[in-house]
Design a protein around this ligand. Sequence first.
Ligand code: NAD
Length: 251
Amino acid sequence: MTKRFTDKVVLVTGASGGLGKITAEKFAQEGAKVAIHYNGNREKALAAAAEFEEKYGGEYRVYGANISQEEAVTEMVQQIIEDFGTLDILVNNAGISLNGSTWKYKMEDWDKVIGINLTGTFLCTKAALPVMREKKYGRIINLSSVVGIKGAAGTIAYASSKSALIGMMKTVAREVAHNGITVNCVAPGYMNAGVIADVPQKYLEETVIPSIPMKHLGDAEDIANAVAFLASDEAKYITGTLLPVDGGFSM
Ligand SMILES: NC(=O)c1ccc[n+]([C@@H]2O[C@H](COP(=O)([O-])OP(=O)(O)OC[C@H]3O[C@@H](n4cnc5c(N)ncnc54)[C@H](O)[C@@H]3O)[C@@H](O)[C@H]2O)c1
């Protein structure tokens, strides 16, 4: 297998499970040094690091941080740069969803979802940019969602945050394009890993799957492949774009 990321240093946020872990594994498989970020469950992150090391060799470290807190993010990114010498690729994957109708939605849920999905992505991007601008190289990939494109009833904060990530991505892409840094979004549809566990099976089978043109959920690897493509040299002239990976759901 061609290894597209030999010696590249990659930070994947929320990489201890779900889509983040599969994405981190893709980079590990292709020779990257991976900073595995987690929030809370250090054991899971350490287990992922050990698993990657056993399968692919290479260098992995785990970093805990609540990405909605600026100080925690700044410290994490500084530590990654100290440990690995640099940071080449940032995958803003961490995200949560707290659902409820708009007219009943609690402020604390709004603050939490926006704090992690939107503020967290902004803070990680802000912290990563100085080293990327200095070296005139960088790749930033944000995990948006089809819900940020089409909306979905009961997801006011989640949909708002995932839409806002598209505007954020385009703004940062414009700011740093001349510094050799590309910034893009991947918008997953309904995938068979991660947050899908919160969606009731009956709703999935009777409502969601019939409305997907391909008539099945996506694999976590489909997201990892899209992220890796946007992080690779093959995508060096692609910036400010949104790549839906959704079996046609957002058409
Ligand atoms: N799985 C899907 O079908 C799907 C669809 C569309 C978009 N997405 C997006 O893909 C990304 C990954 O989703 P997933 O399905 O793997 O979800 P997941 O719940 O398995 O993973 C989310 C990660 O975010 C981390 N996180 C939560 N709060 C945090 C905080 N305060 N600070 C730092 N990290 C925090 C969690 O630790 C976890 O590792 C998310 O941004 C999600 O919105 C997923």
